[in-house]
Design a protein around this ligand. Structure first.
Ligand code: 6PG
Length: 238
């Protein structure tokens, strides 16, 4: 597994390069098999990358979109990861409804939401003959979390299930989450981390140095990909 880091001088430069990198990978995958699967991260960082991707001339009808995690809120909530993708990407391109694999974070029954999403992924893999996603976008928190896998959580330690309900640490809102787990994330062919903000540089440095104590503490340090993990980093905030 390759692991490379690219440092950019601004958030705009990071986002523009990430949009080009992701678009090239999508075209390569779609060119080979007639479709591509892309897993979108939530949070704030990816927004500008998604907007810049929407300007690209991609085979939108042949891209299947999934989500690394979701908050247990309504899909039109301004803190929903689906809403971020919808505002910046889906609403601007002709993305087929059936190709938007929406993670429905239900507060009422997060366990059912997780089971249903895992089933959707398994059906997709069976239908396409794949055993992992082509490309995944991830973010990282200053505590080393990624997706909604938080340090020391049982979801981070999960070894079998692919999607689980989760609860963010006290003070991290919204608390209710649904998240992909490492057994699923680490089946992905290529993963790109988008990291913006000086406050995150220390955690990225520790993850990349792969210190033993970090590998056990930071979920982002446990992420692997079949082919490569690419870190796109900038000091500047958005
Ligand atoms: C989420 C994300 C989460 C995010 C990091 C970074 O739903 O919050 O999946 O893992 O990527 O917290 O978030 P920012 O991009 O907002 O810093």
């Amino acid at each position: 597994m390759d692991e490379t880091i690219r440092v950019f001088s601004s958030f705009e430069e990071l986002s523009s390069n990430a949009a080009s990198f992701i678009s090239e990978k999508i075209e390569e995958k779609e060119g080979k098999s007639g479709f591509a699967s892309l897993v979108l991260a939530g949070g704030k960082t990816p927004g500008l990358t998604y907007l810049m991707m929407a300007e690209k001339d991609l085979p939108w009808n042949n891209i299947h979109f999934f989500f690394t995690d979701e908050r247990c809120v309504e899909l039109d909530s301004n803190v929903s990861n689906f809403n971020l993708a919808n505002r910046t990407l889906f609403s601007r391109e002709q993305v087929r409804q059936e190709n938007m694999h929406i993670m429905r974070g239900s507060l009422k029954n997060p366990e059912t939401s997780a089971i249903e999403y895992e089933e959707d992924i398994k059906i997709f893999f069976k239908k396409t003959g794949k055993s992992g996603f082509d490309l995944m976008i991830l973010g990282i928190g200053t505590d080393g979390h990624t997706a909604s896998l938080f340090p020391g959580s049982e979801q981070t330690e999960e070894s079998k299930r692919w999607v689980l309900p989760a609860v963010a640490p006290r003070g991290v809102k919204p608390e209710g989450r649904i998240t992909m787990t490492l057994p699923l994330i680490n089946r992905t062919e290529e993963i790109i981390f988008l990291v913006s903000g000086r406050e995150k540089l220390d955690v990225v440095d520790k993850v990349l140095r792969g210190k033993q104590e970090v590998l056990k503490r930071y979920p982002a340090a446990m992420v692997r990909a079949r082919k490569g993990v690419y870190w796109f980093v900038c000091e500047g905030g958005f």
